[in-house]
Structures are given as C-alpha cells and as structure tokens.
Design a binder for this molecule. Structure first.
Ligand code: GLN
Length: 458
C-alpha cells in the first residue's frame, strides 16, 4: 500500500532489504542474492505506478525464497552439492502466484540439504545462526527463511514443512510460521522430500500478512493433483465465539523444557481470562508419531531422491570410469550424510523382507493418528501445544547424534502425518532472551479461522 500511495518506491524497499542482507552476511542466511534481478523488478513496478497502471497486492514487497523452490532465478540447490549447476526451467506455482502479485525475491535461503534436519546444520553451505543468539541454531530445515524474517531483512519468506520445518525455526526465532492443511498450497515446483506430508507455507511477522499470503498462494492447481479445491477464502473465519482449546496431556511432562511449559501455562491462562474453555485431551497414539514418521518419510525420501543420478542434471562426479561408478560416486559425493542415512533407512523399510514389519506397521500407526486427531476435534476447536520440547539449542550440540536431532520433532511431525494445519506463534523469551514458541493446531481446512483466532493469544 505504501508503494501504491507513492510514499516509498519499490526500488527503495528492495535496496534496503539488500543492504540489510549484506549487513547480516555472517549469519549465513542466503545461499544466493539476486541484486540485479530484484532491482530490475522493483524499477518495473515503480514505472507501472508512475504511469498509473494497476499493481498487485504484494507490489514491491521484498521476500526470501527457501532454496528448494524452483525458479529460473539462481540455481535451485536445496542447499546440497547434488544440485550444483541446476537452473530450473520452470517456476513453482506458489512462486508464480506471489510474483504475479508483485512480490520481489531478493535471494534464496539456506536450509538443511533437501530439507532433512531440524537445525540447518545439514546444509552444504554450513549452518545459519539464530537471530537472537549467534551461538545457537536457527532451527530447520527452513532456518535461513526464519532468520531472514526475524532480522527484518524481508517482509516474509517461503518455507516447506514435512515434519516441522516451518514451525520449529519460526518458534526458534520468535515469528509466525504456518504449515497449512495438506494440499492447501500447490507443491508443484518444490523439491520433493516426502510427497504425502510436504506442505508449503510462510514465515511472517504479523497474522495479517499470513492471511494475505494464504489468500494469494492457496488453491487448486492442475499441476499438483493433491491440491484441494479453493477453500481458504470461502472458509469461515473467527467470530467472537468462545472456543474450546485442547491441551495434550502426553505433551506435558518433565522432558519438556520448563520455560516452554510456563509459556504454555501463561497462554492457557490468557485464553481462560478471555472466556475460552480449556479441554484436556488424551492422545495416546501420538507416542507412535515420531517412529512412524521416521519410517514413512525416509521411504518417500529414498524414492524421491532416486532421480538424482549424476546423469540428467545437477552434480556429476569427475572420478568415474563407467556408468555404475558414475552413479555411485555422484551420489556419494553429492548427498550430505543425513540424506544418505534417510535413503538407506527408506530402502531398508521398503525392502521385501521388512516391508510388513516396518512400512506397513508405520502406515497403520499413521491411520491411528489421523483418527485420534479427528476424535480430538470432536471435543475441541483447536489444540495448543509446544512446537518442540526445547528452545533453540547450541550449534554443534546435536548434529552428530541423529536420534537426538530426530527427537526435536516429537511434537511437530504428527500434524504432517494427519494433514492438519499448525501455526507457530511467538510465546515470549527465556530470561536469556531465547525465543519461545507454541503451535495452534486445527482440523483440516480450518486455516483461516486458525490465523484469525491466533490474535486471541497476542
Ligand atoms: N526435522 C524434520 C526432519 O528432519 C522435518 C523436516 C521438514 O519438515 N522438512 O525430517
């Protein structure tokens, strides 16, 4: 609006964002900055406005793009060596929708390679630093996007959330992060991690921005057959109605950081003081969530990553003497250790001798979790829980212990297995200034109401 009213030019906004990006260079937020391309787009918008032509709802708004979104601007590498040299011939549907409204991408953000991780330490480029404490992780896998918004470099950033990759870094950096209902935003043109749980979403500083981005990006896309018919705009928002908010008993125990438990308690008290009802929930199937996730997701990862063979695009090892060694060397050198771990787990759980014992059992556990959420939402409207058992941890603390890193996801993955939306909301800080976050969870397609209701928690 400021731009359309000629209070500030798009070029000024983009220059400011680029300057800030440079200022925070040592946080390793960006893997690529497109100064020339961004300024060119800004000038085009300014010219349109000067001529009195109509501009989009995001005209001149600088944003950051997670490195797994396909766009011809810069190499799409998913922060992995495996995609070195890959410039996409296509644009992701979500990116196209944002840019059709005039949003300007200033750069691509750092992430755990192929989105495998919870700290951005699995990036080929090295870790992003936390916005509040440089000795701590940014969270992951969308760490760069979260920090770009938290440090006020851009107005918003894109993310993908397969098991927490938007909500956890949002909560580690004190901003909003939404994982919408599965199928709400097209996955077309986003490097696939696990197709049945991948969701596209955003990081923002305000709920109003989140709502605007959702109304622009959501909707049916013929290029992604799992997208839902447009429902976001048509769905019911929040009217002053008193709501029933569920809290999950299983997530309130001593293994959860004391600061987070207190933050949850404070928000519960706030909701009660506004007349909302608190409902205690037993959700025993959630204890299978992490185990089921770390079987089902690697299975899909192994399948999705099989296309990277060193032949068709991306990285190719120089040291190969025949086709077999070309595959082997390219994959060995191009993938990060965590990528390889998932490929191995995935192929193992899908192999003929173990399929029934692992994959099938995990798929059954997933069905239980879906049903458990359905039952929960017959007793309450929304659920409020922590995003993760602890706030941002120290760099290096968990990166060599995969199981400790997986345990980070214990409260976030079940939403992806069930396909329900979750909104990470800021919930204060520890006395040392470390951000705390909680997530508000809703039934499928409740995204609009979820965002509007979150105002009650401010
Ligand atoms: N941390 C989770 C994992 O490593 C989630 C990742 C994601 O959502 N992309 O699988």
């Amino acid at each position: 609006m400021k731009i359309a009213n000629k209070k500030v030019t798009a070029e000024r906004l983009v220059r400011d964002a680029l300057e800030k990006a440079k200022h925070f260079e040592d946080y390793h937020i960006f893997t690529f900055i497109d100064e020339e391309g961004a300024l060119k787009k800004a000038r085009e918008i300014d010219t349109k406005i000067a001529k009195g032509e109509k501009v989009g709802r995001l005209a001149g708004v600088p944003y950051a793009l997670k490195d797994n979104f396909l766009s011809p601007r810069g190499e799409t590498r998913a922060s992995a060596l495996m995609l070195e040299g890959f410039t996409s011939p296509v644009t992701a549907t979500s990116v196209k929708k944002l840019e059709d409204e005039g949003a300007i991408m200033i750069g691509r953000t750092n992430m755990d390679a192929f989105a495998h991780g919870s700290s951005t330490e699995n990036s080929y480029y090295g870790p992003t630093l936390n916005s509040h404490d440089r000795e701590r992780v940014a969270g992951g896998s969308s760490g760069g996007s979260a920090v770009a918004v938290a440090l006020d470099i851009v107005e918003f950033a894109t993310g993908s959330d397969t098991g927490g990759s938007i909500r956890q870094p949002a909560s580690f950096n004190g901003i909003y992060g939404l994982k919408p209902t599965y199928g709400c935003i097209s996955r077309y043109g986003v490097v696939a991690m696990a197709s049945s749980t991948d969701c596209i979403g955003f990081f923002t500083k305000t709920l109003e921005d989140m709502d605007l981005l959702m109304s622009i990006a959501s909707g049916r896309d013929d290029k992604d057959m799992t997208t839902l018919p447009d429902f976001y705009e048509k769905s019911e928002g929040y009217t002053d109605k008193k709501m029933r908010i569920g809290v999950i008993r299983e997530f309130d125990n001593d293994s959860v950081d004391q600061n987070i438990r207190e933050a949850l308690k404070k928000k519960i008290d706030l909701l009660k003081s506004k007349g909302h009802e608190i409902v205690e929930l037993d959700m025993p199937a959630l204890k299978y969530g992490l185990a089921a996730y770390y079987i089902l997701v690697p299975a899909e990862v192994a399948s999705n990553l099989s296309r990277h063979d060193g032949v068709r695009y991306g990285f190719r090892s120089e040291n190969s003497k025949d086709l077999d060694s070309l595959y082997e060397n390219s994959r060995s050198e191009g993938f990060m250790p965590e990528n390889k771990r998932r490929i191995m787990i995935g192929n193992f759980v899908l192999s003929s001798g173990f399929y029934d014992a692992y994959f099938l059992k995990a798929a059954k556990a997933r069905t239980l979790i879906v049903k458990e959420y359905e039952q929960a939402f017959s007793k309450c409207d929304f659920i409020l829980t922590p995003v993760s058992p602890n706030p941002a941890f120290k760099l290096g603390e968990k990166v060599n212990d995969p199981v400790a890193m997986y345990l980070e996801d214990v409260m976030s993955v079940s939403l992806n297995l069930a396909g329900v939306p979750g909104l990470a909301i800021p919930a204060g800080e520890t006395k040392d200034g470390i951000s705390l976050g909680l997530q508000l969870v809703g039934p499928r397609r409740s995204d609009k109401c979820l965002i509007e209701f979150a105002k009650e928690l401010q």
